[in-house]
Structures are given as structure tokens and as C-alpha cells.
Design a protein around this ligand. Structure first.
Ligand SMILES: [Zn+2]
Length: 463
């Protein structure tokens, strides 16, 4: 049976086993920053690779890109982020706590789709419903005002406005400004898309829930260019591809994923239709990915602001058109968080003394497990150590495997259960005689003997 993870249990496991640490911890931390540890980075890289393979490498209509985080500030004027990318901010007059008006309304009143309300409407709703300050309980806020979410910094040695640049709030614009470069060098014809994985930064007022909402995060984004008349069927087919990725590749349970359409007044300034996939987190439903129909808004804006033509010569009609765009966008850190939550389980395992003990196990699908297999000599001493090491040296050429000889075999099994290692291969005295090892399955805890020669095939069978 699957036992539900709580955030508290997961955060503690992530720290204990080296998946995710609090950022700058020895200095008392920096609010809302998290560092991926040795197993976290392997997990994250595996999720990235699975995404890249499925959405970019396996498709003839997709290519990849890796654009800069720092871009010409005019990009963000063209994209609308300078004027429209902001949160409604309010201060508590009593205790000076700074809050997001829309979030306060959502949390206290359960109003969905507050994002589209005007600053004035938000201020009024807070007053009418006497929403209290989360810190001191008073209901005495300043009027809501607009707070831009882009991080600013300065390029070069002089801190003056002319040298100001933004840390990109989305990876998408790097794709739009390279549309012509990519199209001309790859000679791709519509419909085709460009995928990119990279960091983005948003100065959120109220981040939280572990790695769910952080100010620095990683996105996996696609801009898929189509002719206007074909956007709807393409959009529907992207919905299926997104579902396939979550259900078939990351093996996320169907019951914990749902689609939610954005209300008209909740849509981003560039979008005509948006559906989010949401995941049922321990703290409630939360956005995992978005699928936006961005129309020809971005390319048109860049044509206007840069003066460069962003047209595509349609070989079918010989017409010059500006393509429309469908954007499947995924939060990588959220996807990793979901992979951890989905994998988390507790059950009972036999102890070496013949009793039972509770165990924590991460049931990762093998394709994203940070360690594919552990090679464990039953004892450190000769000839078991060298025999196990020989197996490890062979396997490590093709697989992410670990050699582990310290502690009792039971302790080592527990450790690898908590790391989500699908297989443990134990080397004992019989190994030296007949070239077999014991393979232990993480999920069933069943053990059987197989030949050393069969190990690679077993690991390949569970890619
Ligand atoms: Zn207050």
C-alpha cells in the first residue's frame, strides 16, 4: 500500500539522505533557497534527461536551445514584463508585514482566480471580508500596489540605470529572440518547436512549501510554432504529450494529476487559452505545468521593438506569415518534488534478528532513480571485497552504480531503500565459487540468485 508522504517527512528525508539541503545553511540560511545534494542533483538530471529525450530528441519537429539568462532589457519591454509582470503588494500598517493581496484572499476565503482582479478590487475585497494580517491579526492594510517580480542587477562596473539588466523571469523569451536563427539554421518548417531547460528568477513576495515556489528555479519550456489555423488540433495533441510524460515516463498516478483551465480574467497578458496541470500536493492542488496558446503576440512584439522581421516564408502558400505559438512549460523543481512525493512510501521490512521494522522507501521508476544499483560485499574482507569491486568497475561504465561496504547488510539495504535504488547485488562466498550474486528487489524485498553475467541485462531491462 502506498503511504502518503507529508511535507515534513519528505523535507527531513531529503536532508538526511542528501537530496535537498537548505541553502547557505552554515550562515543560518537564506530564506527560501535550497541546494540539491549528491542524490538530488542525480535525480534532477535524470528528470531533465527524460524530458529532453521525450520532447526534443525523440521528435523530428523539435530542436533544442540554451540561451543566456541576461538579455537586452528591451526584450522585457517587448514581452510586456516591465509593465505587466507584477503582484499586488500590501503592507500591514500595524506590524509592517508585507503580503500579497491576491494570495491572502485565496488562502483566507478560498476564492479561485483572484489573479485577474484589479488592485482596487483586491483592496476592497480584503476590507469587506475583514481579512486579517497573517502575522498580527489586525485588518489595517495599505492600498494594494503593483510590485514588479523581475530581479534587477547591473552589467559592468557602473551601477547606473543604463547598465541595468534583469535576470530572466522565464526562459521563453530566449527562444523567441532566436526564432529566426534557429529556423534558418535548421531549415525547419511549420509546425516545429524549440525546447529549452534553464534557470529563471522571480522575486515572489510569498514563496514557500519547500521547493514548490522559490525565487530561483528551473524551467523546461517549449515554444511550438504553428500556422494560426492549426493551433487548436496542435494544442490538443500537446495536451496528450504532456499527459504521456507525466503518466508513462515519470509514472505519476493519474488520480493526483488534473487539468485546470485558466479563467478569462486570470490569463497572462499574452495568452488566449491556458490549461495548467495540477498535482495534488500534501498542501493542496498546485500548478505543475502550463500549456498556453500565446498566439503571435511575442514574435510580433519583438518585430515591433527590435525592428527585425520575424516572418516565416510559408513554402506551401509562398506567403510571409508570423507563426502562432503554443507553449508547454514545466517547472523542473516542482517536477522533482512530485517525483519524490510519488516515490515516498513506508512499509515493514524484516530485521536481521528475525523481527520486523518500519522502513521508508522511495519507489522511483528506474529511469529517474539516482542510483540504479548498489554492489554490496557481504563482508569487507577478502575475497568478497575485491570480487564485489570487480563487478562494480564493470557496471559503472554503463550505469550509475554505487559500491558500499560499510555497516551491516541490513543497514545498507535500508540506506538504499531511502535513496530509491531499485536493485542491490550482494556478493558472498558463493559468488567466488559459482559467479552468482544475490539480487534484492527494492519494492518486493525478494531475493534471488542470478549470474554476474546477467546483471547488465537486468539493469538494461529496467532503463
Ligand atoms: Zn500585521
Amino acid at each position: 500500500m502506498k503511504s502518503a508522504a507529508t511535507m515534513e517527512k519528505l523535507v527531513s528525508l531529503c536532508k538526511r539522505r542528501g537530496f535537498i539541503f537548505p541553502g547557505s545553511e552554515i550562515y543560518g540560511g537564506l530564506a527560501n533557497t535550497w541546494d540539491y545534494g549528491p542524490y538530488g542533483v542525480e535525480l534532477k538530471n535524470n528528470v531533465k534527461r527524460a524530458w529532453w529525450k521525450y520532447f526534443v530528441q525523440d521528435r523530428e519537429d523539435m530542436v533544442g536551445l540554451d540561451a543566456s539568462i541576461l538579455m537586452n532589457p528591451r526584450v522585457w519591454e517587448a514581452s510586456g514584463h516591465v509593465t505587466s509582470f507584477s503582484d499586488p503588494l500590501m503592507d500591514c500598517k500595524k506590524c509592517k508585514e508585507r503580503v500579497r493581496g491576491d494570495k491572502l484572499l485565496e488562502e483566507k476565503l478560498g476564492i479561485e482566480g483572484v489573479a485577474g482582479k484589479s488592485l482596487k478590487q483586491i483592496s476592497e475585497l480584503i476590507k469587506t471580508h475583514k481579512v486579517p494580517c497573517p502575522k498580527c491579526g489586525a485588518c489595517d492594510f495599505t492600498e494594494a500596489r503593483s510590485f514588479n517580480l523581475m530581479f534587477k542587477t547591473y552589467q559592468g562596473v557602473i551601477e547606473e540605470d543604463a547598465a541595468m539588466v534583469y535576470l530572466r523571469p522565464e526562459t521563453a523569451q530566449g527562444i523567441f529572440v532566436n526564432f529566426k536563427n534557429v529556423q534558418q539554421t535548421t531549415r525547419k518548417r511549420l509546425p516545429f518547436g524549440i525546447g529549452q531547460i534553464g534557470k529563471a528568477f522571480r522575486n515572489e513576495i510569498t514563496p514557500g512549501n519547500f521547493t514548490f515556489r522559490t525565487r530561483e528555479f528551473e524551467q523546461m519550456e517549449i515554444e511550438y510554432f504553428v500556422r494560426e489555423k492549426e493551433w487548436k488540433p496542435r494544442y490538443e495533441s500537446w495536451k496528450k504529450d504532456v499527459e504521456h510524460f507525466f503518466e508513462k515516463i515519470l509514472k505519476i498516478s493519474k488520480e493526483r494529476i488534473r487539468w485546470r483551465q485558466h479563467e478569462k480574467d486570470e490569463l497572462s497578458h499574452y495568452s488566449k487559452e491556458t490549461w495548467d496541470t495540477e498535482y495534488k500536493f500534501p498542501f493542496g492542488w498546485g500548478e505543475l505545468s502550463g500549456l498556453a496558446y500565446r498566439t503571435d503576440f511575442d514574435l510580433k512584439q519583438h518585430e515591433k521593438f527590435s525592428g527585425e522581421k520575424m516572418e516565416y516564408l510559408d513554402p506551401e502558400t509562398n506567403e510571409k506569415i508570423i507563426p502562432h505559438c503554443i507553449e508547454p512549460s514545466f517547472g523542473l523543481d516542482r517536477t522533482v518534488l512530485v517525483a519524490l512525493l510519488e516515490a515516498y512510501d513506508e512499509d515493514e521490512a524484516p530485521t536481521e534478528k528475525g523481527g520486523m521494522e518500519s522502513r521508508v522507501v522511495l519507489r522511483f521508476p528506474p529511469n529517474i532513480a539516482p542510483v540504479k544499483a548498489a554492489i554490496l560485499p557481504l563482508m569487507k574482507k577478502d575475497p568478497l571485497g575485491p570480487a564485489a569491486r570487480e563487478i562494480f568497475e564493470t557496471l559503472k561504465k554503463n550505469f550509475a552504480v554505487e559500491y558500499d561496504e560499510s555497516g551491516s547488510i541490513g543497514k545498507r539495504y535500508r540506506r538504499h531503500d531511502e535513496l530509491g535504488t531499485p536493485f542491490c547485488f550482494t556478493v558472498d562466498f558463493q559468488t567466488v565459487d559459482d559467479k552468482t550474486v544475490t539480487v534484492r528487489d527494492r519494492d518486493t524485498m525478494k531475493q534471488e540468485r542470478i549470474k554476474i553475467d546477467e546483471i547488465s541485462a537486468l539493469l538494461l531491462h529496467y532503463p
